[in-house]
Design a protein around this ligand. Structure first.
Ligand code: NAD
Ligand code: IPM
Ligand code: MN
Length: 366
C-alpha cells in the first residue's frame, strides 16, 4: 500500500468547508484503490494570526515542504483587513517558498450546465480552456514594493518585473499543455504599453520555434477580456503574467457558472512522462481558485466542486494516480448531470444542495 503525505491547510471562511469535502473524497479514493493518504493539518491565514500572531509560520512551510502535496482552502476575511501583515501573505509565501510558478486553472462548461451561466447558452456551450498563470513573479513580488509619505503626499509602488528565465519556463509549460490538447496557445500581454510585456512577447516567439506543431497567437489583455466572453470557444491554452491571470481567471469562471466550480493546481513545473508513459510526480499545492467567501461562510452554501476538482489534479500531478483522478472528475460530472446544484448555481430562493449533500452525491458516484 503506497503512502502519500498531504499537508492540509484549510484557512479561513469557507476554506475549511471545501477542504473537508476534499478530504472525504481522498478517504474514499484511498479505501477503494488501497492507498494510504496521511493528513497533517495546520493553521494558515487569519486563523493563524489569531493563534500565533502571524499568517504563515516557518513550521508550516516545513510541513508543506516535507509533504507530497498541499491541500489548501482559502485565506482572508474582513476581520483581518486592517492587519499589518494580512492573511493573504500566507498563500503568497507558500507559493514562493515551494517554487510554484505554474498555476493551472482550467475552465470548462460541463454539458447541461449552460443554463447555470449568466451568459447566453450558445456563447458558452463547448467552452473548454486552460488559463496558465505565472505565479511567483511580476507585480506580486518584485521590489520596490512599499508605501511612503513626503511633502507632496502619500505614495505607493509595486513593480512589474520579469526575468527572461521566469518568462521562458512558464511559456514552455504553456506550449507543453497546448501540445497535449488542441495545440493552440494564446499569449496574453499588454505589449502596446508595457516593457515587461514586450519582453514576454519576444520570448514567447523564441520558444515557439521548439513547438512548430502548436499555433501561437498574441492578444492584448484588455481586448482578451472582452473576447473571452464573446467567443470563449476560440481558446485552448492561455498563458499570462501573474496579475493578468488573477483577473482573467475569475472572469472566465463566469463561463462555467460560478467561481466555486474552478479548481487550480500550482506546480513547480509540469510532470514529464517516463518511457512507460506513466506520469512522474511534481510538487504541487492544490486549491480552488476562489477565496474565503465570508458572505456565505458557515451556511453550507459553499460549492465544493472547485476544491474536489483540485484534489483530482493532486492525484494526477503529484501522485501519478491517473485512473483515480479521472474517476473523481467523472463523479463530479455525473453528479452535475444528475441535476444536483449548490446555492451558487441556482437562483435566489430556489432549492439547493448543501455543501455536505453535494459531497455525498459525488462520493456515491465515485
Ligand atoms: P471570493 O472568491 O471569496 O468570493 C467572491 C464571490 O464568489 C462571493 O460572492 C462568494 O460567495 C462567491 N464564491 C466564492 N467561492 C464560492 C464557492 N465555493 N461556492 C459558492 N460561492 C462562492 O472573493 P472575495 O470576496 O473578493 O474575497 C474574500 C476574501 O478571500 C478576501 O480576503 C480575499 O483576499 C480572499 N481570497 C483568498 C484566496 C486564496 O486564499 N487563495 C483567493 C481569492 C480571494
Ligand atoms: C487567488 C487569490 C490570491 C491571488 C490572493 C488571495 C493573494 O486572489 O489565488 O486568485 O491574488 O493570487
Ligand atoms: Mn484571485
Amino acid at each position: 500500500m503506497a503512502t502519500f503525505n498531504i499537508a492540509v491547510l484549510p484557512g479561513d471562511g469557507i476554506g475549511p468547508e471545501v477542504t473537508h469535502a476534499s478530504q472525504q473524497i481522498l478517504d474514499a479514493v484511498g479505501e477503494r484503490w488501497k492507498h494510504n493518504f496521511r493528513f497533517e493539518s495546520d493553521l494558515v491565514g487569519g486563523c493563524s494570526i489569531d493563534a500565533h500572531g502571524t499568517p504563515l509560520r516557518e513550521e508550516t512551510i516545513g510541513i508543506a515542504k516535507k509533504s507530497d502535496a498541499v491541500l489548501f482552502g482559502a485565506v482572508g476575511g474582513p476581520k483581518w483587513d486592517d492587519e499589518q501583515v494580512r492573511p493573504e501573505a500566507a498563500i503568497l509565501g507558500l507559493r514562493k517558498a515551494l517554487g510554484l510558478y505554474a498555476n493551472i486553472r482550467p475552465v470548462k462548461v460541463f454539458p447541461g450546465m449552460e443554463d447555470a451561466s449568466p451568459l447566453k447558452n450558445d456563447r458558452v456551450r463547448g467552452a473548454d480552456m486552460v488559463i496558465l498563470r505565472e505565479l511567483t513573479g511580476g507585480l506580486y513580488y518584485a521590489k520596490p514594493k512599499r508605501r511612503w509619505q513626503n511633502k507632496s503626499g502619500r505614495k505607493g509602488v509595486d513593480t512589474l518585473l520579469y526575468a527572461e528565465k521566469e518568462i521562458e519556463r512558464i511559456v514552455r509549460v504553456g506550449f507543453e499543455l497546448a501540445r497535449s490538447r488542441r495545440k493552440k496557445l494564446t499569449s496574453v500581454d499588454k505589449a502596446n504599453v508595457l516593457q515587461s510585456s514586450r519582453l514576454w512577447r519576444d520570448i514567447a516567439i523564441e520558444v515557439s520555434k521548439d513547438y512548430p506543431d502548436v499555433e501561437l497567437e498574441h492578444q492584448l489583455v484588455d481586448s482578451c477580456a472582452m473576447l473571452l466572453i464573446t467567443r470563449p470557444t476560440s481558446y485552448d491554452v492561455m498563458v499570462m503574467e501573474n496579475m493578468f491571470g488573477d483577473i482573467i481567471s475569475d472572469e472566465a469562471a463566469v463561463l462555467s457558472a460560478s467561481l466555486g466550480m474552478l479548481p487550480s493546481a500550482s506546480l513547480a513545473g509540469l510532470p514529464g512522462s517516463d518511457s512507460k508513459g506513466k506520469a512522474k510526480r511534481v510538487r504541487g499545492l492544490y486549491e480552488p481558485s476562489h477565496g474565503s467567501a465570508p458572505d456565505i461562510a458557515g451556511q453550507q452554501k459553499a460549492n465544493p466542486v472547485g476544491s474536489i476538482l483540485s484534489t483530482a489534479f493532486m492525484l494526477q500531478y503529484s501522485f501519478g494516480l491517473l485512473e483515480e483522478a479521472s474517476a473523481v472528475n467523472n463523479a463530479v460530472e455525473k453528479t452535475l448531470n444528475d441535476g444536483f446544484r449548490t446555492a451558487d448555481l441556482v437562483g435566489a430562493g430556489a432549492e439547493f444542495s448543501t455543501t455536505q449533500h453535494m459531497t455525498e452525491k459525488i462520493l456515491e458516484n465515485l
